[in-house]
Ligand binder design. Structure first.
Ligand SMILES: Cc1cc2nc3c(=O)[nH]c(=O)nc-3n(C[C@H](O)[C@H](O)[C@H](O)COP(=O)(O)O)c2cc1C
Length: 183
């Protein structure tokens, strides 16, 4: 019997019509049946403040995120590129989640796209460096960097068949990656 795994999906954009939310939702649709992806909204995560962590502990929204990350078998990070790097929203959430080594040894994969030709490749490179710094187990390939992503979305759905095929391949590989690395 195929074993089911639970995956946490984070989107590095708070925009209502985020193309990265659509990308992650498409990943949900094409992922293997045995891979459940839950998208965790980052809207309520406050800015990291070490004083708060030391004096009050983790704020409630952060604790929920940390519990979700701890319980997940793996994490998918769907990131836009902001000024050649990772948006603050995502970096901030990773900073909170990373405390006390929580993300170490957690399987992770990144994906991204852009209105332009480069598909958030610089942001993903930076994000991958962060993941490696944290000791996360980063799926090396296939990578997903979708150029002209808004043009591949119709009525809130990723309709481009080739991109969906690439996503499916990445999700299948990630499933095997997580299974291989299971403690
Ligand atoms: C502050 C800011 C900086 C941006 N910098 C880049 C960039 O460096 N490279 C790029 O390809 N797109 C850049 N963009 C455009 C984003 O790729 C585009 O807004 C994309 O739709 C954001 O993803 P989302 O729809 O998931 O929010 C930037 C957008 C903003 C708001």
């Amino acid at each position: 019997m195929t074993e089911t795994i639970q995956i946490l999906g984070l989107v590095g954009s708070l925009r209502r019509s985020s193309i990265h939310k659509v990308l992650l939702e498409a990943a949900q649709q094409v992922a293997p049946q045995a891979m459940h992806i839950t998208i965790f909204p980052l809207h309520d995560i406050p800015l990291y403040n070490n004083d708060v962590e030391v004096t009050e502990g983790f704020p409630p929204a952060v604790q929920v995120l940390r519990d979700a990350a701890a319980q997940a078998d793996g994490i998918i990070l769907a990131t836009p590129e902001y000024n050649g790097s990772v948006p603050g929203v995502l970096k901030n959430s990773i900073d909170w989640a990373s405390r006390k080594g929580l993300l170490a040894k957690k399987p992770v994969v990144t994906m991204g796209g852009s209105p332009g030709a480069l598909g958030a490749t610089k942001a993903q490179e930076h994000l991958r460096q962060i993941c490696l710094h944290l000791g996360m187990y980063l799926l090396p390939k296939p990578t997903i960097a979708v150029p002209k992503l808004p043009e591949k979305i119709v009525d809130g759905q990723l309709t481009d068949e080739l991109t969906r095929k690439f996503l499916q391949e990445q999700m299948e590989q990630f499933y095997h990656w997580v299974m291989r690395l299971r403690p």
